[in-house]
Design a protein around this ligand. Structure first.
Ligand SMILES: C[S@@+](CC[C@H](N)C(=O)[O-])C[C@H]1O[C@@H](n2cnc3c(N)ncnc32)[C@H](O)[C@@H]1O
Length: 196
């Protein structure tokens, strides 16, 4: 699933987006919608952790929680050089290398977990590659009152379904512009009563 030679050449010429610029752009796109005060946040399907590092640096003192695929399962994703990664160790390694001062905790992809947070987000993962139902319970239990949820919903039926399901539990807040992408980036707020 590596990128085409043309894309690599365009990247080398500075004409196409690299992973690093995508991480930064994704963070910048989400930034206006991020809560002011965050002590804990969760990235579902964090991949190599590039976006979480931007979010963590933004908050500086927040504890970072990361969920990604299991080390025991089949590979679920590939980096741009076509190497499979299976678990959060790639992201933990990136945090250890680039920002060892930040508190980070890795979790298995267990939908039964509860991880209290003021911010939960998932870029191109939950609601995009697998059903919104997968972590719905975890997120409903975990998002604190007044907290913010950002989810990329795969366009088409999945987005319609995802919106309908999320709207039963969260208040719709915004849709972030993602022109030409296969998903819509949706922003939600937890209701201030109930849940947690
Ligand atoms: C397209 S990548 C996106 C990675 C990262 N969010 C980003 O935007 O750079 C999708 C990620 O979802 C993870 N993933 C797939 N199924 C998952 C599951 N059931 N639970 C948690 N993560 C999962 C993959 O391992 C992969 O890291």
């Amino acid at each position: 699933m590596g990128w085409s030679k043309e894309h690599r050449l365009a990247q080398a010429a500075g004409e196409a987006e690299t992973q690093e610029t995508r991480y930064e752009r994704t963070f910048n796109d989400m930034r206006p919608w991020l809560p002011k005060e965050v002590t804990n946040f969760l990235d579902i399907g964090c991949g190599t952790g590039g976006i979480a590092i931007h979010v963590a640096r933004h908050y500086r003192h927040a504890t970072v929680h990361l969920i990604d695929g299991s080390a025991d399962g089949a590979p679920r994703a590939w980096s741009t050089d076509a190497i499979a990664w299976r678990d959060v160790n790639a992201a933990l390694g990136a945090f250890a290398k680039h920002c060892p001062e930040i508190a980070v905790r890795a979790w298995p992809p267990d939908p039964e977990l509860t991880i209290p947070c003021e911010l939960i987000y998932s870029n191109c993962s939950w609601g995009h590659h697998y059903p919104i139902e997968t972590y719905l319970g975890l997120v409903v239990r975990s998002l604190k009152p007044g907290g913010t949820l950002i989810v990329d919903l795969r366009l088409g039926e999945h987005a319609q379904h995802g919106r309908a399901v999320l709207a039963r539990h969260f208040e719709p807040h915004a849709t972030i512009e993602t022109n030409g992408k296969k998903y819509m980036r949706t922003v939600w707020r937890s209701f201030t009563i109930g849940g947690w």
